[in-house]
Design a protein around this ligand. Structure first.
Ligand code: C2O
Length: 483
């Protein structure tokens, strides 16, 4: 045990180590001695600064071949072995090597609420997509160089929209001999259970792909986009250990200790890439485009590269992952809607009942228009912009439309735990994208329209009042296959 661990604030980590080592004590070999030092970012310890400065990345400097990132179940057995070897080498690095497993996971932790400030926040705002793309890029390079194939090694992704359980190489064998396994997981998922129906499903992705503005999809300077809540957050919460333990995937401070984190985030990255890929000249010029605000483009972060050198990279550098970062994803098909109609409404608080649940209020003309446009089959998304998430709220939530006896699920979203100094907890904002297709008639009803009921569905998910900056319905209808 290194000096780093023997700190008052390292007690919880020490307990974790003891448990892991004891659990693997029957297995001999270096894997049971995985180094577990850290930057001691765990509360109530300090938060050292993340790496800073370093050689700036220059677009074009990476001249490796462009290689496809694959989904896990499509890896050949040789590729799977390489992946396992890469994680094994990573876990086996010296405890002070900045590339090692825990120190890399801690880099992610240092950007979480417990350590980050307003300028270093990378969750609950538009830095979410680019920061994680940068992080994965250097992590991928480290893994690749450790197996001597920097040129061709690429991270695989967990395509949860079609593969609904934890990929088996990450689950079995459930022992430290398996470098992709992690002990701190939800028991059901670890045993091969499936994700809840709504979480990161193909229909969820279709709803996201039908959303043309970045703010709703990927966030703004001050609010998370809807992708961060579902699929991102819900799947973190599904895979990690639930409240009150909140590890590893269940808490951002520990999440990157689970190798599945990188497969999860590679899929999130794929969703962003696919979403960008939907831009085309017949659509409005901002549709499916990233923000052009310098505040978004010029955000810059430092990482350790495969030579343990500090390097820096900006959001602008990673927008074209194929040219600049040398990986790509397989093409995909999405049916473009013929109609994309945005109908504003207001989220009015509240019904007179004891629950104070809000409902949607429409101008009469808008109400008629919605009724008209949804007469035939249409997909109707309800966007609640910049919903306020009070300090300390974590967990998975559902929103239902309630009218009389009728209760329709509109969607789920997850706020991943950020266990930490509670005094650092702040309110955050998240835009929610909900599927209101079957609830439209009751949502637009003149008399006693449906109210929106928010409920925490994971233990410890504290109830909060649903307040949004604004609300709108987005009506889309599928068209012929166009690509
Ligand atoms: Cu930075 Cu999935 O979290």
């Amino acid at each position: 045990m290194t000096k780093n661990n023997v700190r008052a604030d390292g007690r919880r980590r020490f307990l974790r180590d003891t448990i892991t080592v004891a659990g693997g004590s029957a297995i001999l070999g270096s894997s049971m001695l995985w180094p577990r030092p850290g930057f001691a970012q765990d509360p109530p310890g300090g938060c050292p600064n993340p790496p800073s400065g370093g050689t700036p990345f220059q677009p074009g400097q990476d001249q490796r071949p462009i290689v496809v990132r694959k989904f896990i179940s499509s890896l050949t057995s040789a590729e799977l072995t390489t992946l396992q070897n890469a994680f094994s080498a990573l876990r086996g690095l010296g405890s002070n090597d900045p590339r090692t497993w825990v120190l890399q996971a801690d880099i992610h932790a240092l950007y979480c609420q417990q350590c980050a400030n307003d300028t270093t926040q990378i969750h609950f705002m538009w830095n979410f997509f680019p920061w994680h793309r940068c992080y994965l890029y250097y992590y991928e390079r480290i893994l690749g160089s450790l197996v001597g194939d920097l040129d061709h090694f690429r991270l695989p992704y967990w395509d949860w929209e079609s593969f609904r359980s934890l990929p088996s190489p990450y689950r079995t064998p459930a022992a430290t001999t398996n470098t992709l396994w992690d002990t701190n997981r939800n028991g059901g998922m670890q045993a091969g259970g499936k994700l809840p129906v709504n979480d990161g499903s193909q229909s969820r992705l279709n709803l996201l792909y039908g959303t043309q503005d970045f703010a709703t999809f990927g966030g703004t300077l001050g609010a998370a986009g809807s992708c961060e809540g579902n699929p991102h957050g819900v799947i973190h919460n599904d895979v990690g250990q639930p409240y009150p333990i909140l590890q590893d995937m269940g808490d951002l401070g520990f999440a990157a200790r689970d190798p599945i984190f990188f497969a999860h985030h590679a899929n999130i990255d794929k969703v962003w890439s696919h979403w960008n890929g939907l831009a085309k000249s017949t659509l409005p010029p901002t549709a499916y485009k990233n923000p052009t605000d310098p505040a978004f483009l010029n955000a810059r972060w430092s990482f350790y590269d495969e030579n343990s050198k500090v390097v820096s990279i900006s959001a602008a550098d990673v927008l074209d992952h194929e040219s600049n970062l040398r990986y790509t994803y397989r093409a995909f098909i999405f049916r473009f809607p013929q109609i994309y109609e945005i109908i504003p409404c207001r989220l009015i608080c509240c019904d007179p009942g004891p629950l104070h649940e809000p409902f949607l209020q429409f101008e009469e003309a808008e109400r008629t228009k919605v009724a008209e446009l949804t007469r035939e089959h249409a997909t109707v998304a309800l966007v609640l912009k910049e919903v306020e998430i009070p300090p300390g709220v974590t967990g998975t939530f559902e929103i239902h439309a309630i009218r009389g006896e009728q209760k329709l699920l509109l969607g789920r979203f997850g706020i991943v735990g950020e266990k930490g100094n509670r005094e650092k907890d702040k309110a955050r904002r998240m835009t929610l994208l909900l599927d209101a297709s079957s609830a439209v008639p009751s949502l637009i009803a003149r008399k006693q329209p449906a109210t929106l009921r928010l409920r925490g569905v994971t233990r410890g998910a504290k109830q909060f009042k649903l307040v949004a900056e604004s609300a709108e319905l987005r009506i889309t209808r599928p068209a012929q296959k166009e690509r």
